[in-house]
Design a binder for this molecule. Structure first.
Ligand code: 26W
Length: 818
């Protein structure tokens, strides 16, 4: 490889950057713009990766091993350059080379736009997975859409969220390779008829329209690995540049209008997270991704192994990241039958050995269902296949659960004129995964109970994970160095090694060094806050962070009410003992989720109140960070003292932010929800601040317990006061009715069930636990001991471990030996 691209030494990297600047931009280093310098570096790294990508393809062709296709509507990649350099293990050489050229490395890295092709946890998980897959030398492709606009950028104007389009491709994307020769045609609409050809019943498609799926490959490096995998991102392209008939008639606008509508499909990522909108364009996107990917998989398979598809499941495993790409299942049936001429049973037998599915949410409103009136005209053939899958499923069910109509209805793919996407996955996948122990329990005992009873062996509990390379080594380099100085660097590949840090919890020097690193990270964040938001925060205060999508079940409101409570206490007694705190929020709300947006406004108006009241002498500050993103998380998380993981128990499937904070040595205040349960088990209850109702207790409240809310409301004076402040206190002065809806939803709920997210019921426990946090922060030996223990116990949460488990239990891929 060295004959092609030499990135071995600082000097060869420096030469490479100079060469790229000259040959790509006609610039000398001293005249190049920061963006050109970033691109020169990225192009240099890209050369190396493309070379290895070709090597990988060659190797895979020889090996003829099994390959994973991980289909996901979202890959929240963030930036790539620093990560790719890190994976090459050339971070110091690159920084040195840039400094030799009088260029600031950090400024260079800051030039890269985030690839924000995801909403939150599900998308970022996919990104961590593809990193770990590559690191572990496993053959895998991530399949998704090349959205022209990623998740919207968030501005906060007068306390309110304003959305701005995220045109991440504006300056070009160095990482992608367009592959026009591998384009695929996706067909939508029209109608189907059955015709007899040579004594066989065939399906004929009429009047459908064709859209081109244009692949762009995005190479993925692994840590120290030779393999380069890639994401294949499909872009929608019209078949014709324009409608010539219309053009020749002189109707020039009409001539290109169709092209514009066709290309809408990959225009923008839907900003809904756990809150689907059920839009036709979204359905088109889901089919577009599914169809292009499955057609491509079958094509590749035939090129490698010939036309007989019987052995497909031995060479191909397809993982469906939540139900969003579930149409891949009926689409595979369609291709096997209509295009490859297989009969139903043979096709079904291949499909049901090929697909595996992970569920990421139990929120009932987030489970995707498509109304038939919308589905059938758009995908007539898929609809008839789904009807058939459903019919056969119903026959199976009446044998498993004879006479139990309720069960049949619940498990059906089609009911109430809707197509239930989760049930397609359950009917066809050979494996179903939940993303934490508790979440899988809930799937098995509750939402998928009937399927689980019939075939328990299909269900797996593989807890999520995160890549330690990005979330500690890259994001918190000083802490990474400190850890490596004590236990060596093997933890970067073998996360279990982190447990060897445990003894250092009792090592005063180590604790002190960690505290010093944290302070440096806090100072950097404080400077960012000052510059970006004009707020001065106390650098020694507790940095208390809640960063995640805005959703009622995540209970940013509980956090906000606690802040208001503390403020009230301080106003009553400004001299009371108080440990200063900086409350930091970062969260995007789905643009159509009105209450989530009101909550953002509430947080900001509490911020306005507390930040500007001289009576509390700066003891509380509240900062709402604009535009939470992967890059912002990389700066924010290493600066956190306290991590807020306070969802209503039973609602957060896993959480992965919780793991990132823990790894970086923040302490967690949280409920026994999702992966918090496992965090508590691993680090020990005394080293995590667990409070509030457990999932089973929450369930009891759903059945009965509304009087409880009234009782608490009248008896807890502090809570009473903060609730009333929502509607007639200093906050409401701004706009008397702004927070009435939040107030109402807490006290009365939306469907007559008060306090649906248990904010009122968990309030007191939360306040008390927060008081304990403050007390313990005042004991540095204790606090930093716990911090070290948290990092030491976080090894389990590496996505390398997650991927190893998926591989062992579900995928059965073989790691490449070079
Ligand atoms: C179609 C609308 C929509 C979009 C996204 C519905 C649901 C989703 C996702 C399932 C939401 C999501 O990101 N879920 C999160 O997945 C993470 C990775 O497994 C978990 O850690 C989080 O707990 C879960 O909320």
């Amino acid at each position: 490889m060295d004959t092609y691209i030499n990135l071995d030494s600082q000097s060869s990297i420096k030469e490479g950057i100079i060469r790229k600047l000259l040959l790509e931009f006609g610039k000398n280093p001293e005249d190049a713009s920061p963006q050109q310098i970033y691109k020169a570096c990225a192009l240099l790294v890209r050369d190396n990766m493309l070379y290895r990508m070709a090597q990988t393809e060659k190797k895979d062709r020889q090996t003829k091993g099994k390959k994973l296709y991980y289909i996901s509507m979202e890959f929240l990649m963030g930036r790539s350059l620093a990560n790719n350099i890190l994976n090459l293990m050339k971070t110091d050489e690159f920084k040195g080379a840039l400094r030799d050229l009088n260029i600031d490395p950090d400024m260079t890295l800051d030039q890269e736009e985030d690839a924000g092709l995801g909403n939150g946890g599900l998308g970022r998980l996919a990104a961590c997975f593809i990193d770990s897959l590559t690191t572990l030398e496993l053959p895998a492709v991530g399949c998704s859409i090349r959205y022209e606009y990623g998740l919207f950028k968030q501005l906060i104007k007068e306390g309110k969220q304003v959305e701005v389009p995220d045109w991440w491709l504006e300056k070009g994307n160095v990482w992608e390779v367009k592959r026009p020769e591998e384009q695929i045609q996706v067909k939508l609409g029209g109608n189907v008829e059955n015709i007899w050809v040579d004594g066989r019943l065939k399906v004929k498609y009429n009047n459908d329209e064709t859209i081109i799926a244009m692949p762009y490959d995005f190479p993925i490096s692994g840590y120290g690995s030779k393999r380069v995998n890639y994401l294949r991102l499909w872009q929608a392209q019209a078949t014709e540049r324009m409608d010539m008939k219309a053009f020749n008639r002189g109707d020039h606008v009409q001539a290109i209008a169709k092209k514009e509508t066709d290309e809408l499909i990959s225009k923008v990522l839907y900003p809904e997270d756990n809150n689907p909108e059920g839009k036709r364009l979204r359905l088109k996107q889901e089919y577009f991704l599914s169809s292009a990917t499955i057609q491509w998989i079958v094509k590749e398979y035939k090129a490698d192994y010939g036309d007989d598809l019987k052995g497909l499941a031995d060479r191909v495993v397809i993982h469906i990241n939540d139900t969003h790409p579930a149409l891949a299942i009926p689409e595979m049936m369609r291709i096997l039958m209509d295009e490859e001429g297989l009969g139903w049973d043979n096709a079904w037998s291949i499909v049901t050995k090929t697909f595996a599915y992970t569920n990421h949410t139990v929120m009932s409103e987030a489970l995707e269902k498509w109304p038939i009136y919308l589905f059938k005209p758009l995908l007539p053939r898929l609809y008839s296949i789904i009807v058939e899958i459903n019919q056969r499923l119903m026959e199976r069910l009446s044998r498993t659960y004879p006479g139990d109509r309720k069960k049949h209805e619940y498990m059906a793919i089609i009911s109430h004129n809707q197509i239930n996407m989760a049930n397609i996955c359950l009917a066809a996948s050979f494996a179903v995964n939940g993303v934490s122990g508790l979440h899988t329990r809930i799937l098995i005992d509750d939402i998928f109970a009937d399927y689980a009873k019939a075939e328990p062996e299909r269900f797996h509990a593989i807890t999520n994970g995160i890549t330690f390379r990005r979330w500690l080594h890259h994001a918190n380099p000083d802490y990474s160095k400190l850890i490596t100085s004590r236990i060596g660097d093997s933890w970067l590949r073998d996360s279990k090694e982190l447990s060897r840090l445990k003894p250092y919890a009792d090592d005063g020097e180590f604790r002190w060094l960690l505290a010093e690193i944290r302070q440096k990270n806090k100072d950097r964040l404080a400077a960012y806050i000052r510059e970006k938001h004009g707020i001065e925060v106390d650098r020694h205060s507790i940095f208390d962070v809640q960063a995640k999508r805005l959703h009622e079940y995540k209970r940013q409101v509980l956090n906000a009410l606690h802040i208001l409570y503390l403020y009230n206490q301080l106003i009553k007694d400004p001299d009371m003992p108080f440990v200063p705190r900086t409350f930091i929020f970062a969260a995007k709300a789905a643009p159509g989720y009105t209450r989530a947006k009101q909550i953002i406004r509430l947080i900001n108006s509490i911020g306005h109140l507390v930040n500007n009241d001289p009576r509390i002498r700066g003891k509380i500050k509240l900062v709402f960070l604009e535009n939470y993103s992967v890059s912002l998380a990389e700066m924010l998380i290493p600066a956190a003292d306290l991590s807020e993981q306070i969802s209503t128990a039973g609602k957060e499937a896993s959480g992965t932010g919780n793991m990132k904070f823990m790894l970086n040595g923040a302490l967690t205040i949280g409920t026994l929800d999702g992966a918090n349960v496992e965090m508590a088990d691993l680090v020990g209850n005394e080293n995590i601040y667990i409070f509030g109702l457990r999932a089973d207790e929450v369930n009891l409240r759903y059945d009965y317990g509304s009087e409880e809310v009234q009782r608490i409301y009248v008896s807890d004076n502090d809570l009473h006061q903060v609730l009333e402040q929502l509607v007639n206190g200093p906050l409401a002065d701004l706009d008397k009715e702004a927070f009435r809806d939040i107030y109402q939803s807490l006290l009365f709920g939306d469907y007559g069930m008060p306090d649906p997210y248990m904010v009122i019921r968990d309030f007191r426990a939360y306040v008390e636990m927060q008081a304990r946090v403050s007390r313990e922060y005042e004991k540095p030996d204790l606090w930093w001991k716990k911090a070290v223990l948290n990092t030491a116990a976080a090894g389990f949460f590496s996505s390398d471990r997650t991927i190893e488990q998926y591989n062992e239990k579900i995928w059965h891929l073989e790691a490449t030996k070079w």
